[in-house]
Design a protein around this ligand. Structure first.
Ligand code: MN
Length: 415
């Protein structure tokens, strides 16, 4: 696949991550008085889908862009998803009539949550991450739990605190306990961390009691975002056994503003790594269901330049989102349109490829030195953490927009 050229000049530039090949979906607002609207990114611009549908340029058989979220489109299913993409590809093609009246500069709008999150589940499907964290928390012999090579393990997170990129994050408070202390203490998290993840957005559903195959699960995925599963490591270490993370993860999860569709990522499909233990048949991938997406994390102290602290690739994951979704429904758990599934932290085999500060600084024992000369073990107040990702094609790239958040100081406890 090579670059598809568009009449929108900025979409043909070598450095855009939103060429005609991408067409990612978001929700934007121009000012507080005007209703937010669905839009699609093309180069440095946003195409106003609310206006286009109103004028009859887009018709999916039923109005879907009269609301500022994408759940209605998801609910129409894969045939409508393909029809919309085909229509947009036609509208923006180089030889099509230019429609400048429907375009706004991305620089002049605010991006909002692109969909209503029904429920959020976070997995733990990166083997390098699981080995690193397991070694730190339980020692190298017990690093990988006995179930890990047989099922993608996860926990039910909170949809209420999934926020769009650019939203400030208040440092969480909670209970922690030092190993040599008799009693725990309560206060602001001291070991605040990121988790570099991809999020899969579910556009289909299964009834309670029903299951889905891995192929059906792949067909149910609408698209992908970057996802930062902010984590309070000191709170997590105290609370996590035996039921897993709770308050350590409940305070915030940031996603990138653009939903990159499965269709845009199709040329970058790749298989999960070789199995170390054979999977039971219901979790075997019938084809490649992971994607080759370069990922990076930067950290910027207040008012200073950003330093890249990690680079890795989504192709490192042991389980795909399709396998995770199929596993999620195996018990008969109903999955719904708008569900969000976090991949688990994506770390590669090298130290520079680790997707969390916990791993990068080995539990705070090996501080990072930033390009600015500052050092970090975990995140400090007013630090800005940013995830980026791009699939690299022949003369074009498919990006997600930044997934960024700044940490603000903890609020006083409610009186
Ligand atoms: Mn996570």
């Amino acid at each position: 696949m090579t670059l598809r050229r568009s009449w929108v000049e900025s979409a043909n530039s070598a450095d855009t991550t939103f060429p005609l090949n991408n067409l990612p979906y978001g929700v934007f607002s121009t000012d507080p008085e005007t209703m937010p609207r669905c839009g699609v990114a093309i180069g440095g611009m946003i195409f106003d889908l609310h206006k286009a549908e109103g004028d009859g340029l887009i018709d999916l058989g039923t109005p879907v862009f009269d609301v500022p979220y994408w759940n209605g489109v998801m609910d129409l299913g894969p045939e409508a998803w393909a029809a919309l993409r085909a229509r947009l590809t036609e509208l923006f093609a180089e030889d099509a009539e230019a429609l400048p009246g429907y375009l706004l500069a991305q620089a002049n709008v605010t991006m909002l949550m692109p969909f209503k999150v029904a429920e959020f589940t976070d997995f733990y499907a990166g083997k390098h991450h699981a080995m690193n964290v397991g070694t730190m928390f339980r020692g190298p012999e017990n690093a990988l739990p006995p179930n890990w090579l047989h099922i993608p393990i996860g926990y039910n997170g909170r949809a209420s605190t999934v926020v769009v990129s650019g939203t400030d994050i208040v440092r969480p408070k909670g209970q922690t306990k030092a190993a040599d202390a008799e009693m725990p203490t309560f206060g602001p998290c001291k070991w605040l961390d990121i988790e570099l993840e991809m999020g899969a957005i579910i556009g289909g559903s299964n009834a309670i009691g029903d299951t889905v195959t891995v192929q059906q699960a792949d067909d149910m995925i609408f698209g992908y975002v970057l996802l930062n599963d902010w984590s309070a490591r000191d709170i997590q270490a105290w609370e996590y056994q035996p039921l897993g993370p709770f308050q350590a993860k409940a305070f915030a999860t940031t996603i990138s503003p653009w939903i990159v569709t499965k269709a845009a990522l199709e040329p970058f499909r790749t298989s999960t790594p070789a199995r170390e233990k054979e999977l039971l048949p219901h979790l075997v991938e019938p084809g490649p269901m992971l994607y080759d997406i370069d990922l990076a994390v930067t950290l910027a102290p207040k008012g200073k330049t950003a330093t890249t602290i990690a680079r890795t690739n989504y192709n490192q994951m042991y389980y795909s989102a399709a396998q995770q979704l199929a596993h999620h429904a195996t018990s008969g758990c109903a999955m719904n349109v708008g569900d969000l599934i976090g991949s688990g932290t994506i770390s590669g085999p090298e130290k520079s490829e680790r997707g969390s500060l916990l791993e990068l600084t080995w539990g705070g024992k090996e501080p990072l030195t930033l390009d600015t000369g500052d050092t970090r073990t975990f995140i400090e107040d007013d630090d800005t953490l940013t995830l980026t990702g791009a699939a690299k094609g022949d003369g074009y790239q498919i990006g997600f927009g930044a997934c960024t958040g700044t940490i603000r100081e903890a609020k006083p406890f409610a009186k």
